[in-house]
Design a protein around this ligand. Structure first.
Ligand SMILES: Nc1ncnc2c1ncn2[C@@H]1O[C@H](COP(=O)(O)OP(=O)(O)O)[C@@H](O)[C@H]1O
Ligand SMILES: [Mg+2]
Length: 426
């Protein structure tokens, strides 16, 4: 049938072909909800399946959105269904700063380690060797110690401070001795002759130059990390056959000075244990990750980079774009931190943002005009999923049982955590 040439706009043309939808991502992974821009077909996801299918070149995720719009619920639905579909093929490790994963943990059979300051509670030792090769574990412990000390001092370490700290750790590791942060403090307080000679300082000069490090280690052991990370590990976790573990940090959630350091130490300890088991895939969730970025951006970045080597997908949960930029206080340029972290996170799940955050989100995630409009209108549980170079709008659909299990509204009001969070949105 001959048809005359005519010109039209896309706005008119779409009425000619109303059933046109995005291509979708296939049905590998777990059913998470409904693909709104894909004709409401099922949306399936698993970071490792997507990696294998080359939708992604790394398995890490970031989930960002205003309080109460369903970040944690989406993550909980994902891990719960990953366990249902993959069983022991997906080890689940969760950093839980608000103590809101206990019902999910009970449901999934995850071990819960609740850390609290003071004597008598569970302890984990961030200086544990972990399960990787010795060299790598030494470097990881050196990086962690430097970040913790820099966090206490509020500045980067001088080359001499850094060298002495690293040396202390290396000496202990070389001796194949288990040690703790408290041991490290003693080592540096009373440096052996060999170190004094290497430093080319007199003992007095060296003691003066490194006194900020000993002060910081003392503060970490006697206050910030006391009773949680200052002694040998007292808990036993079945890393090989268990379903996973939750580190409940809610006892320090209200302490804004300690929380970032506690989160970095906890993440480091988990990482050490998760690596070195290449036959198994792990999903490591860092909820309320903004607190860890504050002192641990460099640490997190290193950990994200190793995700492919060790089969660990890290899921960072944040509120707003500035969580990744405004808080670095170790002198690193903030834009560099955000770019560094995001370059290793290819799955970006963006829930609703308030109007004042839209411009920053557009810039950070390179959103189109249409995505910008969506971002301020997304309803609870609905998110823009940017997966590699492609985008979908996905509604996470919870079962009735999950709504009860994931309900943070009642959990927050009964534990009193709701007060003080301020910006809760309905
Ligand atoms: N997709 C959804 N369907 C139904 N309820 C949801 C959904 N997402 C979140 N909720 C409910 O909204 C409340 C807040 O969600 P939550 O995930 O804790 O928010 P946040 O973004 O602060 O982590 C919870 O009680 C949760 O059960
Ligand atoms: Mg949450």
């Amino acid at each position: 049938m001959p048809v005359d040439w005519s010109r039209s706009t896309l706005a008119h043309l779409r009425s000619v072909y109303p059933f046109h939808t995005a291509a979708g991502f296939g049905e590998r992974g777990v059913l998470l909800g409904s693909d709104v821009t894909g004709g409401f077909r099922g949306f399936y996801f698993d970071p490792f399946e997507f990696y294998q299918q080359r939708h992604l070149t790394n398995p890490n995720m970031i989930v960002m959105g205003s309080v109460g719009f369903g970040k944690s619920a989406t993550v909980k639905a994902l891990i719960r269904r990953l366990q249902a579909v993959y069983g022991s093929g997906r080890y689940l490790a969760i950093i839980d700063p608000k103590g809101e994963y206990s019902t999910v943990a009970a449901d999934l059979g995850l071990a819960v380690i609740k850390l609290f300051p003071g004597e008598g509670g569970a302890r984990v030792n961030p200086m544990d060797p972990g399960s990787t090769s010795n060299d790598e574990s030494v470097i990881a412990r050196q990086t962690l110690a430097a970040q913790l000390v820099a966090g206490v001092l509020g500045r980067e370490l001088t080359p001499l401070e850094d060298a002495v700290l690293s040396w202390g750790i290396e000496t202990r590791c070389r001796a194949n001795q288990a040690f703790t942060l408290a041991d490290l403090h003693r080592e540096i307080l009373d440096p052996p002759d060999e170190l004094v000679r290497l430093s080319r300082h007199t003992p007095l000069e060296l003691a003066r130059a490194t006194s900020p490090v000993t002060f910081a280690l003392d503060k970490l052991c006697s206050r910030t990390l006391r009773g949680m990370f200052d002694g040998p590990t007292t808990v036993h976790v079945d890393w090989d056959n268990g379903p996973g573990v939750v580190l409940d940090l809610s006892a320090v959630y209200a302490n804004s000075e300690a929380l970032p350091l506690v989160m970095v130490a906890a993440t480091h300890w988990l990482n050490g244990a998760l690596r070195g088991r290449p036959e198994r895939r792990s999903v490591q969730v860092i909820d309320e990750a903004w607190a860890a970025v504050r002192h641990g951006a460099a640490y997190l970045q290193g950990s994200l980079k190793l995700s492919r080597t060790y089969g660990v997908a890290t899921v960072l949960v944040c509120h707003r774009p500035s969580d990744l930029t405004a808080q670095a206080d170790d002198g690193t340029a903030s834009s560099k931190i955000a770019a560094g972290l995001l370059s290793d996170i290819q799955t970006r799940v963006l829930l609703r943002q308030p109007p004042e955050q839209i411009a920053a989100a557009v810039e950070m995630f390179d959103l189109s005009e249409r995505e910008r409009d969506w971002l301020s209108q997304l309803v609870q549980g609905r998110a823009i999923w940017k997966i590699g170079a492609r985008t979908a709008v996905v509604q996470t659909v919870l079962t009735g049982n999950e709504r009860k299990l994931f309900d943070t509204d009642s959990a927050m009001s009964s534990s009193g955590l709701g007060a003080g969070l301020g910006e809760r949105v309905g």
